[in-house]
Design a protein around this ligand. Sequence first.
Ligand code: GLU
Ligand code: MG
Length: 469
Amino acid sequence: MDAEEREQRRLTARQDVARLTAEGVRAVAVSWVDNAGISRAKTVPAARLVDAAHRGIGMSPVFDVFTSDDAITTSEHIGGPDGDLRLFPDLDRLTVLAARPGWAWAPADRYDQQGRPHPACQRQFARRMAERAAGHGLELRMGFETEWTVVRDSRDSRDDGDGNDGNDNETTPRTGDFAGRGPAYGLTRVTELSAYLLALHDALDAQRVEVLQIHPEYAPGQFEVSTAPADPVRAADDLVLVRETVRAVSAAHGLRASFAPAVVAGQVGNGCHLHLSLREHGHNLHRDPTGRYGLAATADTFLGAVLDALPALCAIGAPSPASYLRLVPSHWAGVHRCWGVENREAALRLVLGEPDDPDGGHAELKPFDAAANPYLLTGAVIAAGLRGVLDGGPALPGPVTGDPAGRGDQERLPTSLSEALGHFVRDDALREALGEELWGAIVAVRRAESGALAELGPGELAEATRWRW
Ligand code: GLU
Ligand code: MG
């Protein structure tokens, strides 16, 4: 980042501060997402945003090797107490937080003290991959589905004699603890939580996050929000913002939101599916009248390569040992490495959309969950797909109909983090795309988490990770 760019940022931030002050904002949270999928933050008084935009905010590089339980590991390139990085808030995404009065938020890019991009910056990795695709004439549109589960926050209100001050959130929620107890997908659940859901719609609207739909999901207390497609970095930013908004609105309604892959072991989990489509010269490559299922050859090959890389991509998109509590057959989590047209048990669901909707066709990748760093995930999916396009790799195999569970003709995706990691470390294309610093830090964090949580039984693992993301 050169002096001219910094000066420009300073001037823009001055105008932003004037606007924020007029809107009553007094503090700004600047966040990034670490390799364990945790959003971490620094906050500054609103007036300091000018300085933050100009010089960045200091942070330790060691956060790249934090695990989801806040332990710290080391990689070949990263670890230890030395060094400093600068967090630069992206002023284009500066957002007044509707459900946190007095606060604004911005996602950060990370640089070193000389103004060079930090090689392990996940957000810049996602941008680099989008630019790599653009270099081949391809544009990606992406959007996430966020699933979460709401539990009544009983900390202040109840002591049922279990000896922990009424804080039942520390123990496995029981049926009565979930908010929205009506049937799966039930209108009853919307009615039960209508004020809450309306506040969520309002907050996301005020923050200019385009909501496609919010609906009750399968498990008790479970809901889902899906947002409109955007460029990959924006889609990942949206996910971070959506999650913080859900958290804030939940707190204001006496609820606590869990985004964990497995809130309760053995129940349907929280997914975080990634929807994507490919465009060339503004045309959706899922809308080619000459291709099978409307897929232009480039999109067919791109998706074929993503499907091929899915076992390795699970180390990015299902990155916690707890992710594998969720990844069980016949739960709509897409645990077989196959694809199908509108097949909700296939890892890759091809969505055809309405015939007269030029934007309708796209693909959905289902095995991923909210423990994933969304910037790593969008970037890694692009890297995997592009490899196929550039190598002239195989198109998608034949589609699968029905639930592949128990049929024995479709490969199961990894059933543990260590299995996914085994695929990941052998994937040279992902390693090249990520670069050594980022790749090494991801491997170190995954190894540390596999080790630390390996001894836990399913119930303990769900409990240890329930409130982390
Ligand atoms: N809750 C399911 C999962 O774990 C997904 C349900 C759906 O298809 O939206 O991924
Ligand atoms: Mg869902």
